[in-house]
Design a protein around this ligand. Structure first.
Ligand code: ADP
Ligand code: GLC
Length: 478
């Protein structure tokens, strides 16, 4: 390990490999390892949800909080796959059947308190330090950690600088104004220049107005966030702080996402036979017979992801020779719409409802293209897996998708730099045109091979981005 330049406490609600609902977990879990060679020592504070409790039960206690919204909280320290984890064990808040944010009846009603507790403990550890470990920077991720920089501001920072990272501005952590005192926030903070938001409290806004720096997960999303179409009501707040806003593109974990390490079907840009074998295996497994490009979708099924556009574009794509495998889960009406397509186009379209990490790997190995028709996309990871696996991304030109995929325009093809197909706006017309373009490109083997080669040569690891975070931490530390 390089000499230590500084210490960072990362505060988040998800972290791979312990708990994941989306890309946030991937990023929080990848940062510590990416920063280590640069001399930044990062620990990650997350809640000890029910599924984590057996794992952390025997870890040593490094912090105790007597009064944590109705019970006591203990911070247990351990290491998981090289990541230093601080697990906040507070059974009255986190030991529940369900997801991190929802139970059978929807959102947990005490989510404001549950994540205020996480942020409170994060701010206290940052301010006071653990025995032998005092952070220079607190790095808060999304609304669940938004109160952490606010607590540093309102209860004393102890020389610690703070960064607020927006992974998705659609989730703003709203709480009723009546909770102000309960959330340990001063009356003075309840104004529109601080954390008041439409008559209530936004825990994300609290972080945005108090953190020393704001980052988001791609340069394009950083610019989009200041516009009403993407800022979701917080555009003014971000624009006002434009001088401290920075977009740092996510990377992907290239140890986990690597076609060379995929066992039976391993392949590389120089030896692609494994990819063809993986495609054949997928076709057998799902009973598909697709003469043209086999496209995959691996996604949460929500409005954000544009899954509702599939019924409008898939019939033409299938008529042109294409096929689609969809893996995902989410809104029942979107799941239903995709299932309906699979029934109509049996042998060409198939869907697996659910979350399946292993299958997602096989899809990237065997697919020809990955479709990401998002309405907004702060960064997006699946288009980067696509690049790495030579599974050509077809993406809406928004956020991180626009920053990572080079459209196969005549100019880009001529210059030999194209890596995928991009389209705008996110609607069925443009998406349909992009799929026609995909069919054309796939029908020209030389062109296609070049596209695949370019895609696989793209650097999508963490090196550049980790250096940007390291630079940022060095800039703001006291
Ligand atoms: P978001 O965080 O908005 O969902 P990202 O593209 O940043 O979007 O990250 C999504 C992550 O979740 C990726 O690692 C993707 O492979 C994974 N993922 C999404 N849905 C599924 C699924 N049904 N099965 C397996 N992995 C999934
Ligand atoms: C959010 C965004 C996604 C991004 C991920 C990690 O879930 O929706 O675009 O890649 O966070 O930053």
């Amino acid at each position: 390990m390089a000499t230590i330049k500084g210490r960072v406490l990362s505060v988040a609600s998800e972290c791979v490999p312990l708990i994941k609902t989306g890309g946030l977990a991937d990023v929080v879990g990848a940062l510590p390892g990416a920063l280590k060679p640069l001399g930044w020592d990062m620990k990650v504070l997350i809640p000890a949800y029910r599924a984590l409790r057996p794992l952390v039960a025997e870890w040593p206690e490094v912090w105790r909080e007597e009064d944590l919204w109705g019970g006591e909280g203990r911070v247990l320290a351990g290491e998981v796959e090289g990541i230093s984890i601080l697990a906040l064990d507070a059974p009255h808040l986190y030991d529940r059947i369900g997801g991190p944010y929802t139970g059978a009846g929807g959102d947990w009603p005490d989510n404001p308190q549950r994540f205020a507790a996480l942020s409170w403990v994060g701010s206290r550890i940052a301010r006071e330090g653990l025995e032998g470990w005092k952070p220079d920077v607190l790095h808060a991720h999304d609304w669940q950690a938004g109160l952490a920089p606010a607590y540093l501001t309102y209860h004393g920072a102890g020389g610690v600088a703070s960064v607020m990272t927006v992974h998705n501005i659609a989730f703003q952590g709203w709480a009723p104004a009546a909770l102000l005192a309960d959330l340990r926030l001063p009356g003075a903070a309840f104004n529109s220049h601080a954390l008041e938001y439409y008559g209530g409290i936004s825990m994300l806004k609290a972080g945005l107005v108090t953190a020393d720096r704001i980052t988001t997960v791609s340069p394009t999303y950083a610019a989009e966030l200041m516009r009403p179409e993407f800022g979701m009501g917080l555009q003014g707040v971000i624009a006002e702080r434009a001088s401290v806003v920075q977009g740092i593109l996510n990377g992907v974990d290239t140890k986990v996402w690597s076609p060379e390490n995929e066992g039976e079907f391993a392949y590389s840009a120089k030896a692609m036979a494994g990819k063809a074998a993986a495609r054949a295996a997928l076709s057998t497994e799902f009973g598909l017979d697709v003469p043209g490009p086999l496209a995959i979708v691996v996604s949460r099924m929500t409005d954000q992801k544009g899954i509702d556009l599939l019924p409008a574009v898939v019939p033409d794509f299938v008529a042109g020779g294409g096929g689609v495998i969809v893996l995902g889960s989410g809104a029942p009406e979107l799941e239903g719409a995709v299932q309906d397509l699979a029934r109509r186009f049996a042998g060409r379209v198939t869907v697996r409802i659910g979350y399946d990490e292993a299958l997602s790997h096989r899809l990237f190995q065997g697919g020809d293209a990955v479709l990401v028709p998002s309405r907004f996309e702060p960064c997006g990871l699946t288009q980067m897996y696509g690049l790495r696996y030579g599974t050509i991304p077809v993406v809406a030109a928004v956020g991180g998708l626009a920053d990572t995929v080079i459209n196969a325009s005549p100019a880009a093809l001529g210059a030999g730099v194209a890596t995928g197909v991009t389209f705008a706006p996110t609607d069925a017309l443009a998406f349909g045109q992009a799929l026609r373009r995909l069919l054309q490109l796939h029908a020209e083997p030389k062109l296609w091979a070049r596209l695949v080669k370019n895609a696989m040569a793209q650097p999508v690891g963490w090196e550049t981005s980790a250096a940007a975070y390291a630079g940022l931490y060095a800039d703001i530390r006291g």
